[in-house]
Design a protein around this ligand. Sequence first.
Ligand SMILES: O=C(O)CCC(=O)C(=O)O
Length: 329
Amino acid sequence: MTRFSLQRFFQKYTGFLRNLKPAYVLNNLLNADRLQHNRALYRRYGLRKSIYSPLGSRDFGRQHHPDIPWLDQPGALERLEQNADFQSFDKNLKIKIRRFITDGYMVLENFFPEKETAALNAEVDELLRSGKAGFNYTGRKIFNLYETSRLADERFFRNPELTRLLSFLLGKKVIPFQSLNFTLGSEQRAHSDSIHMTTEPPGYLIATWIALEDCTEENGPLFYFPGSHRLPYVMTDDYDSGNTALTIGEHSNRRYEDKIEVIIREKDLKKQLFLARRGDVLIWHANLLHGGNPIATPGATRRSMVCHYFAEDVICYHEMSQRPALLPK
Ligand SMILES: O=C(O)CCC(=O)C(=O)O
């Protein structure tokens, strides 16, 4: 089985193998070239294990490395005001960046012109119709469309203006990691991306959520909890994940989402809907709790694209499935 087909297999497959750590180790070995950069990083962060082994937050002990993103550090607002790049932004963007520190998200209204969102929607329809793109095992997500659509790749995933802003927010250059396209709302329960895409030091993931269609209360809009990014990161040791030496734990995702629901209740977090207009972009922090509202009108479409970015020069991994991230070559 080639490396590519094993990756594809994991995108569609939902059975027992998904739970087995050795299956991921095999996948790591088949993708050895995409893990070599970790040798130097493991040394830098004092991690003494094979780059092909399972990897989780427990490997870093109780004390995470203190070099977290600059805007997550104490005194970030003051440091921001002294930053020359920050001073070069327009007044409106400065306000949004300040709020990103406290709220964990920002919205760039009308960022993509209608011509571009219409072209991408037409391309998604055509790729789905021809079978060149398809949904993964969730039945809702088109994984890494940027690999088959130059438009999705160049204008949306690697958009220079967006990647510059994301690099500024993390204080390190970003690496475009994965994209997800939706034609219907995800109806995903509240979660933080950091359980799925994790870094050491923590916090070096950032995402853009792009509205390719207007969102209403009917078509399952995105929701988020402002300020929730400031809560402690919830990792597999913080809930009953079922994780063992050989398995990642059955229903780990459901158990995680149950835990997040408890936290939302206990902290009395206030949910906000993102009733986006087509072309709007929302940027969220690695630890902002968010999800997809139920679709109130069955069948109502909600076209959108999510792009996830890791920062360069940090260890990137997947806490829930306990494996190092295979960065694009
Ligand atoms: O678009 C949505 O409804 C949610 C997407 C999401 O939660 C994610 O990509 O992490």
